[in-house]
Structure formats: C-alpha cells, structure tokens
Write a protein that binds this ligand. Structure first.
Ligand SMILES: Cc1cc2nc3c(=O)[nH]c(=O)nc-3n(C[C@H](O)[C@H](O)[C@H](O)COP(=O)(O)O)c2cc1C
Length: 147
C-alpha cells in the first residue's frame, strides 16, 4: 500500500489544523499516513514514503516558518526521484509574498527529483473558514494517487 507522510511546521497552530484535516481524510479512506511535526523528523526519513506532503506557513517577508528552514536546506542532499509530492500552507494575502513557503518547498521537492502532483494549497486567512477548500484539495490528491 502507498505510504504517505505529512510534515508540518507551525508557529501559532494553523498549519497543524490543516495537516490534521488532511490526515483525517486519508484515514477515512484507510490510507497509510503518518503525521509529523518538522522538528520531529529528519530528511533521511523521506525516501521511506511514496507520497510526501509538506505544510508550512509563511513568515517574515515570504520566508519559511522557522522550524522548516534547516529541514528545507537539508533536503538538497536527498534523492526523491520517483516520489509524489504536494505542498500546502496558510498565509495572508495582505502580505506581498502570499504563501511563498508553498512555492519554496515545491521548488525544493522538484530539485530533489520529486513530482509535484497538484497545485499547492494556499489558504488565505482563517483556516477554520476554509475547510471546504482543504477537503476539495485532499480529495483531489486521493483521486490522483488512487492507482
Ligand atoms: C510577522 C508576520 C509575518 C507574516 N508574513 C507573511 C507573508 O509574508 N506571507 C503570507 O502569506 N503570510 C504571512 N503571515 C501570515 C501567517 O503565515 C499566517 O498567520 C499563518 O496562518 C500562520 O500559520 P501558523 O500558525 O501555522 O504558523 C505573516 C504573519 C505574521 C504575524
């Protein structure tokens, strides 16, 4: 069975809410999924999974959430050829670099050889008010990875 890992980095908890929503939809479909905070995993774990989902909020001026910075740098040492990947993150469109963490992580995954299977999920503002958007995105992933 396909193995999925969802890795999240969060400062105020919003990215965790999204990650848990995605995880619960995988569980509903009886898919094998592991949810982990970025501080609890190493990049060397990534090759154990078929589908890698990274979630990260954007801080500063379009930067990764703090905990994700070293993990993202370490990713350049890992070969992810043949892996499927997707990224998500909450942000705020009043900032110039809206959800740029999603773009940074997608670029890193691609340069490590992974295939981005769906456009990144960028959530504007309150995540609780955007659960429909999160569910639609996850449903699409489940369809794409069905086979
Ligand atoms: C100081 C500060 C800087 C931020 N910079 C950005 C930004 O550049 N782009 C963006 O989309 N959101 C930005 N945000 C919004 C956060 O990404 C948003 O609040 C997010 O939901 C936080 O998620 P977290 O709780 O998982 O860390 C910023 C928020 C703060 C307080």
């Amino acid at each position: 069975m396909k193995k999925t890992i969802i890795i999240y980095g969060t400062t105020t908890g919003n990215t965790l809410i999204v990650a848990e929503e995605i995880e619960s939809m995988f569980n509903e479909q009886n898919m094998e999924v592991k949810l982990a905070e970025v501080t609890d995993v190493q990049t060397s774990y990534l090759p154990d999974y078929d589908l890698i989902i990274l979630g990260c909020s954007t801080w500063g001026e379009g930067e990764l959430q703090d905990d994700f910075i070293s993990f993202e740098k370490e990713m350049n040492k890992i070969d992810l050829k043949g892996k499927q990947a997707a990224c998500f993150g909450p942000g705020d469109s009043s900032y110039v670099f809206f959800c740029q963490a999603v773009d940074i992580l997608e670029a890193r995954l691609e340069s490590s050889g992974a295939k981005i299977i769906i456009e990144g999920l960028k959530i504007d503002g309150d995540v609780d008010k955007n659960l429909g958007q999160i569910r639609d995105w996850t449903e699409n992933i489940l369809k794409i990875t069905e086979n």
